[in-house]
Design a protein around this ligand. Structure first.
Ligand code: BGC
Length: 405
């Protein structure tokens, strides 16, 4: 059966500022020496010392025109990018008009290309002064973060089609305040809890402000939604473990902001089978370069779970894989889109699919080793080289137009 997508469906690609722009030296991640990170490779886990910051990354900050041409060549109608707080507010309360103007140019260029702008306000990275003086666990952080959010609505709101206030809150919260692997490197459940509350409260204020000033922009966040299933579905202990995992990881933050969400932003990467004896890998499934299972049916299951629970329109804001040799990526996109289309046929209101990522980029604790791009980056010359899967996705987008409903 042919895939079917609604007429205004967003086919796009996703990125984030720190991972592609380069030279974001005013930020906490720049200073963060991600030591002793566990670098997972297919077939096992390997300890490695990842101490690189993002350096010049893909130099999107200067080469964005070239990259936007790639978007046009790919045929996408949407692009997800994030704003770098540390560029926009290099000192507390002092906003850089140069940086804001730079982002205006970037967004205007997307508009002239007829590409919808999906703009993330905060993709985990904060200015140094924020981390040094506050940190999300401090109450004052709310006000500071809200000011930044309001400034963006005032200055760039006219160019934003979909607003993503926070990317995957559970990552900076759990990694920043429970296991200490992300800035600010704290391991304290009480501070975690405070940080989580401050972030959700700040979100609501930004939501309200955005609705007041620009009521037409859909506002929400993305969630790294893990598809948890019990190892043994008849075992009550396995079921209980899955229940707890879901409550904590998938639901605890979102339920606080559910009423102030115009959509659900789904980032789908993980299928996790859990039980009494821990997490099991399913041996019949392929894994990507960093050992993550490839499980396309999971996206349909996740979409259905989310739809049944929240009844909100869903944008798939990220889905992708590390695959340096481009062995699986083309088929991966085909299979995932097929399941997305099936979910739509079954009544789930899915509004878009944005593949992670346009090009290879800085993968946080893993540094530059994993390759998530439809476009390969040669980090010596910064040349952009579209992979085969780039053309597979392009074709899928073209075909989908013929089968619109
Ligand atoms: C994050 C991205 C990251 C991707 C692949 C998502 O959780 O939002 O920043 O690169 O996963 O790991």
């Amino acid at each position: 059966m042919k895939n079917k997508f609604p007429k205004k469906f967003l086919f796009g690609v996703a990125t984030s500022s720190y991972q592609i722009e380069g030279d974001n030296f005013n930020s906490d991640w720049w200073k963060w020496p991600a030591r002793n990170a566990t670098h997972s490779v297919a077939g096992g886990e390997e300890e490695s010392e990842v101490i690189e910051n993002s350096g010049r990354a893909c130099d999107y900050w200067n080469r964005w025109r070239e990259d936007h041409q790639l978007l046009t060549n790919l045929g996408v109608n949407s692009f997800r990018l994030s704003l770098e707080w540390s560029r926009i507010e290099p000192k507390e309360g002092e906003f850089s008009q140069t940086a804001i103007q730079h982002y205006r140019e970037i967004l205007e260029d997307l508009k002239t290309r007829d590409i919808k702008t999906v703009v993330t306000l905060w993709h985990w990275v904060s200015p140094n002064w924020f981390q040094e003086n506050y940190g999300l666990h401090k109450k004052k952080s709310r006000e500071v973060f809200v000011n930044y959010g309001k400034k963006i609505i005032d200055e760039l709101g006219d160019l934003i089609d979909v607003f993503v206030v926070i990317n995957e809150p559970m990552m900076p919260l759990a990694f920043g305040f429970l296991n200490g692997k992300f800035p600010p490197g704290i391991k304290c459940p009480i501070k975690y809890w405070k940080a989580s509350r401050n972030l959700s409260k700040a979100y609501k204020e930004i939501y309200n402000y955005s609705k007041e000033k620009r009521p037409k922009i859909p506002v929400g966040i993305t969630m790294l939604y893990n598809l948890f299933e019990p190892n043994n579905k008849f075992n009550p202990i396995d079921q209980l473990i899955v229940w707890v995992a879901k409550k904590f990881w998938n639901e605890s933050f979102f339920k606080r902001i559910r009423k102030q969400s115009d959509y659900y932003g789904l980032d789908y990467y993980f299928h996790r089978k859990l039980g009494l004896f821990g997490q099991t890998q399913q041996s019949h499934l392929k894994v990507n370069d960093v050992g993550w299972e490839i499980y396309p049916e999971g996206i349909k299951k996740a979409l259905k779970e989310i739809w049944e629970k929240y009844e909100l329109p869903i944008y798939i804001m990220e889905n992708g894989l590390a695959d340096a040799n481009d062995k699986y990526r083309g088929q991966f996109i085909k299979d995932h889109l097929h399941h997305v289309s099936q979910a739509i046929t079954d009544g789930v209101d899915v509004r878009g699919y944005l593949h992670w990522s346009l090009m290879d980029n800085y993968e946080w604790l893993h540094g530059y080793a994993p390759r998530f791009g439809l476009v390969e980056i040669d980090y010596t010359t910064l040349e952009r080289i579209p992979r085969k899967s780039f053309y597979v996705y392009k074709k899928l987008i073209e075909e989908s137009k013929e089968a619109e409903f």
